[in-house]
Design a protein. Structure first.
Length: 165
């Protein structure tokens, strides 16, 4: 049972490293766009990518701190007590509900942002509109996919916890 908790939190630590990697990648692309300064649209795109890279870096670091602390707790204990199982069930249920609410919001943002980016092609201010909408859709898509994978893992974890209870 303790192995399941360790596996869940190892996956969360890996997800935090993925966010940090995405943040560094976006920061590199933004710095490249600023350095080469091709057009005004790419400058706006670099501003959006810089803002979202800071978001990804911050989220990755916070996730790493929280989940590595929980992982270390379960590495030090030999088995899960009944109080630990109850606490894990409550905590995991809250996480699943947050993921489900976030998934709905991210789908709406992806659809709306894609429509706005497409409409921006035909606008006079296409650089500003597309440079703003593309990073929003990109980050929302990343959040949606990682959230979906995490939700699947958490649902399986809840199933294992309720069976052990």
């Amino acid at each position: 049972m303790n192995n399941s908790a360790q596996i869940i939190y190892k996956g969360d630590v890996l997800a935090s490293w993925f966010y940090i990697g995405i943040g560094l990648g976006m920061l590199f692309v933004a710095a490249s766009l600023i350095y080469f300064n091709i057009s005004l649209g790419f400058l706006y795109l670099s501003y959006g990518l810089t803002a979202f890279s800071m978001y990804c870096l911050g989220k990755g670091m916070i996730m790493f701190f929280i989940y590595s602390r929980r992982l270390n707790y379960y590495k030090k204990s030999d088995f899960l007590e009944s109080g630990d199982i109850e606490e894990e069930l409550l905590y995991t249920d809250k996480r699943i509900l947050r993921k489900q609410n976030g998934r709905r919001i991210h789908v709406y943002i992806i659809i709306l942002g894609s429509v706005i980016a497409f409409a921006g092609i035909f606008s006079l201010e296409k650089g500003l509109i597309m440079g703003t909408a593309i990073p929003v859709v990109l980050l929302s898509g990343i959040e949606f996919s990682i959230g979906l994978l995490t939700e699947f893992r958490l649902q399986e974890y809840v199933r294992i916890l309720t069976r052990q209870k």
